[in-house]
Design a protein around this ligand. Structure first.
Ligand code: HEM
Length: 351
């Protein structure tokens, strides 16, 4: 079997809006009991790569970290970070991927986990936790950090999350070392390049749709549908793995693996007419699935939205007459004959 990040891309896919929504909800048939990224890790990222009952218990542990009430104290810090990071656009140019996205996600997670001393180390990995060494991925630096954080959690000095991981029974049992590493890994990895690509996507969409930029500045109510449309068009996490146990629920060890194609759902013309167009008036009856659907739907969605809105607000304030793209190094998907960005390595905008 092929190894590494592209393995899931070679699997048969569940495609289209209705099929993806149904499969995402049907966790009894579509199991998540697998381990991905075999080239860079030997542990499961949790709760992502688990099924009930462990999944249910881990989610119950994690969700309170991301509730509205828990995130409220962080909002003003996120807004202040956005203000500082977008300010260089005043003097002409701004690199959005590392200059804004990477810094804001790392600072935010560091505050949330109560580990601000780690910011420089986390930034040094680059936009992906697996690093960017000319395309070669490396799970070592993340694992070194997680080993240290789990030890500190056991000693009561690991910060909010790692202290709780060490001491809180989840589903009636203490979490193993690997399970604590798996939760920490997902929190550091899951909200990183996804949010960075959303933020870069927002900057790219405004630059390439200037009439939307003008409307967004004047009408706050348009900002939510604009961010949601950007999420749909970019779909930062386009493909996730499942094990198809079949309608009778066969043994996951012997069942075929498939890719759950969230991007195909978000670009399905039967749910989103003219799917490549950015339309802020799409009906709420067909919500996008950029944050997934069903029991594994993204826990961090409220945080991602706060970060995205904070950056959009600052961009519109600093550059009231809009901006243009002067350098774009990105991957694109073709949707309805149009190239839409899905991930960015570098994006420079200028007023
Ligand atoms: C634009 C930003 C983001 C996007 C597009 C995104 C997308 C997704 C998707 C599609 C899933 C479902 C995966 C599946 O069904 O297999 C997911 C799950 C998850 N996400 Fe996010 N995510 C984002 C931001 C975040 C943030 C900021 C965090 C936390 C810091 C986070 C933490 C998680 C976790 C813990 C899960 C696993 C939930 C479970 O298995 O029950 N994500 N995300």
């Amino acid at each position: 079997m092929a190894r590494g990040p592209s393995r899931v891309e070679g699997l048969p896919r569940v495609k289209g809006y209705e099929a993806v929504r149904a499969a995402g909800r049907d966790f009894e048939r579509y199991s998540s009991l697998h381990q991905g990224d075999e080239d860079v890790r030997t542990y499961r990222q949790l709760p992502l790569e688990s099924d009930p009952p462990l999944h249910t218990a881990l989610r119950a542990f994690l969700v309170p970290f991301f509730s509205k009430g828990s995130l409220a104290p962080f909002q003003s810090h996120i807004e202040a970070d956005a203000r500082e990071l977008v300010a260089p656009l005043r003097s002409g140019n701004l690199e959005v991927v590392r200059g804004v996205g990477l810094s804001i996600v790392v600072r935010t997670i560091a505050r949330l986990l109560d580990r601000r001393g780690d910011i420089d180390e986390w930034i040094s990995w680059g936009p992906s936790v697996w690093g960017d060494h000319d395309g070669r991925r490396d799970g070592g630096p993340l694992l070194d950090f997680l080993e240290r954080a789990v030890d500190e959690g056991a000693a009561g000095s690991g910060g909010r999350l790692f202290n709780l991981l060490a001491t809180t029974p989840v589903g009636g049992a203490a979490l193993s070392r690997d399970q604590q590493i798996g939760v920490g890994s997902l929190l550091l990895a899951g909200g990183r390049d996804t949010v960075i690509n959303l933020i870069a996507g927002i900057a790219w969409m405004v630059a390439t749709h200037p009439h939307h930029g003008a409307a967004l500045r004047n009408d706050y109510a348009l900002r939510t549908p604009f961010v949601e449309e950007t999420l749909r068009l970019v779909t930062p996490l386009g493909l996730m793995e499942r094990i198809d146990r079949g309608p009778e629920g066969g043994d996951p060890q012997r069942s075929p693996h498939v890719g759950l194609d969230f991007a195909s759902a978000n670009h399905d013309a039967s749910a989103f007419p003219c799917p490549a167009e950015l339309r802020v008036d799409r009906p709420a009856s067909s919500p996008h699935v950029a944050f997934g659907i069903g029991p594994h739907a993204c826990v961090g969605a409220p945080l991602a939205r706060i970060e995205a809105h904070a950056v959009l607000q600052e961009l519109l304030t600093v550059a009231p007459d809009g901006w243009r793209v002067t350098h774009c190094d990105a991957q694109f998907r073709e949707v309805d004959g149009v190239r839409l960005p899905s991930s960015f390595q570098r994006l420079v905008i200028a007023t």
